[in-house]
Design a protein. Structure first.
Length: 202
């Protein structure tokens, strides 16, 4: 870990705490699962307190989920933002969302690779925002807490290990999550190509 981050974590200043909070939130935006694992291990080492770690992670993830919703919402009417949402990819979600909205949004949190298309589709089709937020928070409280707990346990068990071996195992776990997500995306695209629903301009 860099000396800058160590000094930041060890600082009692309000500004340092706020900056660390923003770093975690920004890290969640970029690499959610990776940030959860890293923060969990740091908490196990006593570098970050568990309440602070979890509150920062929850805030970042929920804000990111809402951001995906509004990206889809804006893309439904804004040509510039529309390029970030694959219309052919999200359009088949319409019937699925209408019939199983809560279940679909909730389960997307636990299936690697499905969150982005599901959450942007929710906004794209103007699904109820309040229901979306409540469901996303419920799913986050379960998945993030579970992943954080596993990472915290891993950090506690491996506290005496060499740094390279410890983070190597954590990296292998994250790579596995990546390939699971990639497999799910490719499988969905294959099914979509078999039953493509043409996109209708709004």
């Amino acid at each position: 870990m860099s000396p800058f981050l160590l000094n930041l974590i060890g600082s009692d200043a309000t500004g340092g705490t706020a900056l660390l909070f923003l770093i975690i939130v920004f890290g969640v935006f970029l690499l959610e699962d990776t940030t959860v694992v890293v923060v969990g291990v740091l908490a196990a080492d006593g570098i970050i307190s568990v309440p602070f770690a979890l509150s920062s992670l929850y805030a970042g993830i929920v804000l990111g989920d809402i951001g995906l919703y509004f990206l889809g919402y804006a893309a439904s009417t804004n040509a510039r933002l529309a390029r970030y949402v694959d219309h052919d990819f999200v359009t088949p979600f319409r019937a699925w969302l209408e019939n199983r909205f809560v279940l679909t949004v909730f389960s997307a949190r636990f299936i690697p690779g499905s969150r982005f298309p599901t959450y942007t589709a929710s906004g794209f089709f103007r699904s109820p925002l309040s229901t979306f937020i409540i469901t996303a928070i419920a799913a986050t409280s379960i998945w993030t807490t579970l992943l954080f707990t596993v990472s915290y346990w891993f950090g506690s068990v491996t506290s005496g290990w060499l740094t390279h071996a410890r983070w190597g195992i954590a990296g292998a776990f994250l790579i596995a999550l990546f390939f699971i997500g990639r497999h799910n995306l490719l499988a969905y695209r294959a099914r979509k190509e078999e039953t493509t629903v043409p996109f209708v301009e709004r």
